[in-house]
Design a protein around this ligand. Sequence first.
Ligand code: NDP
Length: 444
Amino acid sequence: MSYVDEVFQMVVEKNPAQPEFHQAVKEVLESLRVVIEANEDAYRKDALLERLVTPERQLLFRVPWVDDKGQVQVNNAFRVQFNSAIGPYKGGLRLHPSVNLGIIKFLGFEQIFKNSLTGLPIGGGKGGSDFDPKGKSDREVMAFCQSFMTELNKYIGADTDVPAGDIGTGAREIGYMYGQYKRIKGVYEGVLTGKGLSYGGSLARTEATGYGLLYLTEEMLKCNGHDLKGKTVVISGSGNVAIYATQKAQQLGAKVVTVSDSTGWVYDPEGIDVALLKEVKEVKRARLTEYAAARPSAQYHEGRGVWSIKCDVALPCATQNELLLDDAKALVANGCIAVAEGANMPTTIEATEYLQANGVLFAPGKAANAGGVATSALEMSQNSERLSWTFEEVDSKLKGIMVNIFHSMDEAAKKYNMEGNYVAGANIAGFLKVADAMTAQGIV
Ligand code: NDP
């Protein structure tokens, strides 16, 4: 059996009931096969792949907190410190009822390669809890965040592990967590990113993932003879990534006609009104039915359906496994030319393969949504030098990073005779730097 197959089998056996983690490892290892086979003896002797797929440390803890009725609630929480070969662990904290160890491990594993691709010195990690901030009062969210940080503070620090936001963890949650960290540790350091501007946050961090997605998509289209201007775009999600992806797409001359949330979706043929979307989602924290009620051109539909709308470009920006094989077939049938992942692993492996086989340009999340973590690393740099850069300065660095990421994955794909296969290119480019650092640092 080949080394890749052996290691994948080991992952499945040693990590039962973690399908998302298996899926992420399979996707990465399959596309690394050619690189691994070329160095198989050395990698096998050093157990490089076994070390790569095994987190350096996994923390599981309980988070007790008191709700507004005086009832004690208990949540499960996780921090997976996956790989620190090229820098301190870096990756977000997800707060969502679906969170479990397997989901955090898939996200942490992906994060290793994504962080490597940015060219910045950051290792891979991820964390979160099955706590659901939806429907909770501010006091309840604060109680949870303080209890969560009371345990997490022991394992993180500006030079060891720097968590950030993710689904369910926005500016409010980061603020409460940062306050509690500072209170316990008594140090004012850049231990979290995504902080508010008044206490060490970076301009353009809020916009970074969505903007970065569009900078990479624009470069990918340009290098393949297309122009984003005038294109029709469908987007899923209506959270942080989706909102700023919509805004940047429109600034670059495209028309975004859909957004969605966990209960339904909106088709707005006139183009999504970003100001209204922000009011509904960022200010009122309401459902998309409110968007549709306030906008005569918008149609609201229950359930899923974004991918059935005719488009040139599709940007999944909600969650994992939200673009399935049938969705990919509908996109191809409707003439879609490019898919770029704003969310982490939103496209299933079968859907990805179908899109690629049918000539659709496909940018995987670890490259396309790396703008968020890249700007988090820029926030760390600003915290270290105790300075704040202007919006334009951060935004122009972000754009440079995203353009570089596109060319790194494009060149890696070409070098290994897989021109246009950006999934393979991103995995190979991200992997080689980490593997090199792991080899240089010996058996640790
Ligand atoms: P938000 O919590 O701000 O928004 C998530 C959006 O997706 C919401 O519209 C939410 O709907 C919808 N959603 C969440 N879960 C589901 C589900 N199970 N089914 C359908 N819709 C769902 O998160 P972000 O925008 O920050 O993150 C979105 C994706 O992007 C995630 O995969 C995240 O890991 C990834 N990502 C985020 C980065 C960032 O900087 N924020 C960086 C890199 C990747 P509702 O409004 O109903 O909750």
